[in-house]
Design a binder for this molecule. Structure first.
Ligand SMILES: O=C(O)C(=O)C[C@H](O)C(=O)CO
Ligand SMILES: [Zn+2]
Length: 280
């Protein structure tokens, strides 16, 4: 298991490019018939990728559950949000099957013992992007399509940030313990997300960028507002953002990204905005 320990904002100011990437960037999430997992000690959030090709793959494949989580199964004390960013696939959760097309979402409650993943067509495998947070209560396993998400249009063509924030795993849509997740789509010709930038000391956040052509990138901004750094993110990579860090990005083209948050509250608008001309 790839484990990332916490980094404080003072030490971060001295990190070079490789150190920033080693601590915060998550690469190679989709390996055929494997589960790739990165355990962050920031709010104990775990990022998973699974690309089933010729097998039905179990969430715990290759993971020593007792050693990593101290539990008998991964979701014994955790909840998980899953988006399919690949071809059609299915997820079986404690015997119930959910078919996920591109950009469909499944929230699975704490207490679910078995979770398996399958692709409909090995030539176009599903890619399941997942974030899991510790959970102290059980909620309802819920399947969500794009039409079920709450839509929040933001930005403007003039500032190259016209986009829609689709809130899937959000208190207005379904009850969770501490996890919230959604998918933000930038319109063609628009490249900036989350600008003006913000932090939320009460929550951490993880982004994964996708829908990005292989020869394009996103300059993802992080660090404190008065000490920003950038990290170059390629298609289908993820980036961890501690509570003290801004998380915003500028692509060389438009793209889509999934955000996931965990921490003290579920209040999406609990953000400390930083005026653009105060960023350093
Ligand atoms: O484009 C945006 O703005 C976002 O999607 C912002 C994220 O949802 C976020 O940072 C929530 O705290
Ligand atoms: Zn945020």
């Amino acid at each position: 298991m790839d484990i990332r320990y916490s980094v404080n904002q003072k030490d971060f100011q001295r990190y070079n490019t490789e150190e920033v990437r080693d601590e915060f960037l998550i690469e190679n999430l989709y390996v055929a018939d494997a589960v790739v997992a990165v355990y962050s000690h920031i709010d104990r959030m775990v990022t998973f990728g699974c690309m089933p090709v010729s097998e039905t793959v179990s969430l715990d494949k290759g993971i020593e559950c007792m050693k990593t989580f101290g539990t008998n199964y991964i979701l014994e004390r955790r909840e998980i949000g899953i988006f399919n960013i690949g071809g059609a696939g299915s997820i079986e959760a404690d015997g119930e099957t959910f078919n996920l097309d591109y950009q469909d979402c499944l929230y699975i409650t704490r207490g679910t013992k078995t979770v398996t993943f399958k692709s409909a067509d090995p030539a176009k495998p599903a890619k399941f992007y997942m974030v899991s947070a510790p959970a102290h209560k059980s909620c309802k396993t819920t399947f969500l399509k794009m039409a079920d998400a709450k839509k929040v249009p933001m930005g403007d063509n003039k500032t190259a940030n016209k986009r829609v924030i689709n809130q899937f795993i959000h208190p207005d849509v379904l009850e969770t313990c501490q996890l919230s997740m959604g998918l933000t789509q930038l319109e063609p010709g628009n490249v900036w997300n989350t600008m003006p930038a913000h932090t939320h000391e009460r929550r951490m956040e993880i982004y994964t960028y996708f829908n990005l052509p292989e020869d394009q990138s996103v300059f993802h901004m992080m660090g404190e507002g008065k000490q920003t750094r950038h990290i170059l993110v390629q298609n289908e990579q993820a980036v961890i953002s501690p509570s003290w860090s801004i998380h915003a990005g500028c692509g060389t083209t438009n793209y889509t990204f999934i955000w996931a948050m965990g921490g003290e509250n579920l209040t999406f608008n609990d953000m400390d905005q930083i005026p653009i001309n105060e960023l350093r």
